[in-house]
Design a protein around this ligand. Structure first.
Ligand SMILES: NC(=O)c1ccc[n+]([C@@H]2O[C@H](COP(=O)([O-])OP(=O)(O)OC[C@H]3O[C@@H](n4cnc5c(N)ncnc54)[C@H](O)[C@@H]3O)[C@@H](O)[C@H]2O)c1
Ligand SMILES: O=C(O)[C@H]1O[C@H](OP(=O)(O)OP(=O)(O)OC[C@H]2O[C@@H](n3ccc(=O)[nH]c3=O)[C@H](O)[C@@H]2O)[C@H](O)[C@@H](O)[C@@H]1O
Length: 386
């Protein structure tokens, strides 16, 4: 493997990374990239490893010996500090991060996103280890613009909706809207990490992902996850398409999101890993401001793309409206619009997303169809037990 160079033209030394939550969606893509393109070593911590099995076995894989899986629940495992000490860098991805849980399991959500992350921050700070912590774009909450009158021309002014790491406020709903338990816990751990940096010199980078999507995201209910489970929107809509059901639009599907392809986003994380001088002390938005759609438009595009890649004609009525109370239960609320400002990541790391929404949906839905269509067909053919 040729020596890798950082953005300042200096050779990059191989390092050991303690990756917590390595068995999840983002972790699996990051491990894949680190194994196939770099000489770095990964201590992969998670309670599950299904999504990285292909990287762990067999022993003849070219990177065998560079990735080690440790089945650990960071809530209660004394091995955590030792593993952080063995590594040069810790990346914390572990979290409960599906909106269906925020209002129905708010305690688990707050513990997972704040309390369970505390020892990780503490061990990094005390042992002078660098930390890359995964936060979320949800810390911005709602836009300032959504509080303006519906017909206000200021709503069109980017100053009222573009989200900037060092300027935008964090705007959440009232406590009874438990949707914000996740965003609030993530905000507090960000503040704690920032304070550890300011007062104790912790070397940190905070990542705020804006709807990263792609293969291996979440699960398909009843196939590789609980039948009553509610994953994030990509997996919800994939599940509907695979089963030939209409896609459910929560409260009319009017909320807006920007979606970025996981493979583009992973490039940004690689730059952070390999350019500590440029990444330390920063909070980075990582998203694709050019891929904005309403959820309704996302549903329409996914329907069209799925029909193209699967050859199955779309339903005559491809979507159905559902209230948020019916879909998520009491206490749900939503972010209205999420456009990331890209100034800081551009300046520090020169990163830009590349993949259009159509292209990323085409490759992702091709993967979903190949991975799940047969299993769904079989499960739907089975008689339901009475
Ligand atoms: N995917 C996105 O677009 C997105 C957006 C915003 C923020 N994030 C953040 O990025 C991180 C990773 O997200 P993801 O999409 O890969 O989610 P994911 O659920 O696929 O991955 C999280 C992983 O953490 C593991 N984990 C959770 N609690 C653990 C514990 N106590 N001990 C050990 N392992 C534990 C889970 O088993 C899972 O494999 C999360 O912190 C999430 O909040 C992701
Ligand atoms: O991915 C992110 O950047 C962050 O945002 C997500 O939050 P959200 O975008 O609201 O979650 P999704 O489940 O992907 O939902 C997106 C939108 O689709 C809607 N939706 C979802 C599912 C569905 O079947 N139908 C539907 O209309 C939701 O109401 C919401 O408006 C999650 O909170 C986190 O994983 C993450 O921190």
């Amino acid at each position: 493997m040729a020596t890798r160079m950082d953005l300042d033209g200096k050779p990059i030394k191989p390092i050991t990374i303690c990756m917590i939550g390595a068995g999840g969606f983002i972790g699996s893509h990051l491990c894949e990239k680190l194994m196939s393109e770099t000489p770095h070593k990964v201590l992969a911590l998670d309670v599950y490893n299904d999504k990285i099995k292909h990287l762990l076995e067999p022993d003849s894989l070219p990177w065998a010996g560079r990735i080690e899986f440790h089945r650990i629940n960071i809530k209660h495992d004394s091995r955590l500090e030792g593993l952080i000490k063995m590594a040069d860098l810790t990346i914390n991805l572990a979290a409960i991060c599906t909106p269906a849980d925020y209002n129905t399991r708010p305690l688990d959500t707050i513990y997972s996103n704040f309390i369970d992350a505390l020892p990780v921050v503490k061990y990094c700070s005390e042992n002078n280890k660098r930390l890359i912590h995964f936060s979320t774009c949800e810390v911005y909450g709602k836009t300032i613009g959504c509080f303006l009158p519906k017909d206000s021309p200021l709503r069109q002014d980017p100053a009222y909706y573009v989200l900037k790491e060092d300027e935008s406020p964090c705007i959440f709903g009232p406590i009874e809207k438990q949707r914000w338990s996740y965003a609030c816990a993530k905000q507090l751990i960000e503040r704690l990490i920032y304070a550890e940096g300011a007062e104790n010199g912790l070397e940190f980078t905070i990542v705020r992902p804006f709807n990263w999507i792609g293969p291996r995201m979440d699960f398909i209910p009843g196939i590789d996850g609980p039948s009553e489970g509610v994953p994030r929107v990509l997996a919800c809509f994939s599940n509907n398409l695979l089963r030939g059901e209409p896609l459910k639009l929560v409260d009319g599907g009017q909320s807006q999101r920007t979606f970025v392809y996981i493979k583009d986003a992973i490039e940004a994380v690689m730059l952070m890993i390999e350019n500590p001088q440029r990444a330390n002390g920063h909070i980075f938005n990582v998203g694709n401001p050019n891929n904005e759609v309403t959820v309704r438009q996302l549903a329409e595009m996914m329907t069209e793309v799925y029909s193209k890649v699967s050859g199955v004609p779309a339903l005559e009525k491809p979507t159905v409206d559902v209230s948020s109370k019916e879909f998520y239960g009491e206490g749900y609320d939503d972010s209205d619009k999420r456009i990331p400002d890209m100034t800081i990541i551009n300046k520090q790391l020169g990163w830009n997303p590349k993949t259009s929404l159509w292209d990323l949906l085409e490759s992702t839905l091709t993967y979903q169809h190949r991975t799940y269509a047969e299993a769904i067909k079989k499960s739907m053919a089975k008689p339901v037990a009475s």
